[in-house]
Design a protein around this ligand. Sequence first.
Ligand SMILES: [Zn+2]
Ligand SMILES: [Zn+2]
Length: 265
Amino acid sequence: MQKIHALMEKKTDNYLLFIVLVFVLLFSACTKEDEPVGEAPDDTPDNLIIKPNDFLSESRYIKLVVEITSVQGFEPSAAAVNQMKVFLENRLNKSGGIIIITNSIPSPGKSSYSLADIKEIEENYRTSFPEGKTLAAWFFFADADYAKNEGNSKVLGIAYSSASMAVFEKTVHEFSGGFWKPAKEILEETVMKHEFGHILGLVNNGTEMGKDHQDTSHGHHCNNEDCLMYYAAEHSSGIIDFLSGGSVPALDAQCREDLKNNGGK
Ligand SMILES: [Zn+2]
Ligand SMILES: [Zn+2]
């Protein structure tokens, strides 16, 4: 019936990530995202490149600020944001704490967002950046769909570059609520955690695998269908059924082990 289709594309730079979490409705085939990542930070000094280990360990950063910039009316629910914070606290060594900053902006008036549009909004509105011992990540909650949606597949969220993510909250609204759909906060929580999982280097994308559990036919995702980092089942007994049970999939043991081995908890 429905499935979440997520994929990640890795360019030559190991830490430049481009991950897409896609809703594929009905029986449509999985779509491959081929959009270029954009400006590769080829001239960025090594010590300024943010790596999954920087989130997981305390070797460079002891504190994390997660800034969430939403278009007015498309803010994530407080419950979802809080659950994402708990998720990060359970996995990241950040003795200085994890702080969430939320702010809202007027609608840019777009009917859809390309990756370039999202990067422009980040440039215009993002205020938190790594500084001293404090690391920063950024989410944009959009009031329109992803420009690259095709057919009946819709992208729910993307992770791009090393610490930036977008959630297509209008699309989240469309596919949540109602008796056959997951609750809005459950879907938001799933997408936020899943995208952050990619920023943390899952699966085999900046965080090495202990045992092989990568679903290579679906990019950098986990082969455990009960795992938060699972790509999609080919059949209707997929993740939406699981979400409609009212709970968000957790990271499985192998994904947790990988994070631990890369400096996490
Ligand atoms: Zn994904
Ligand atoms: Zn997993």
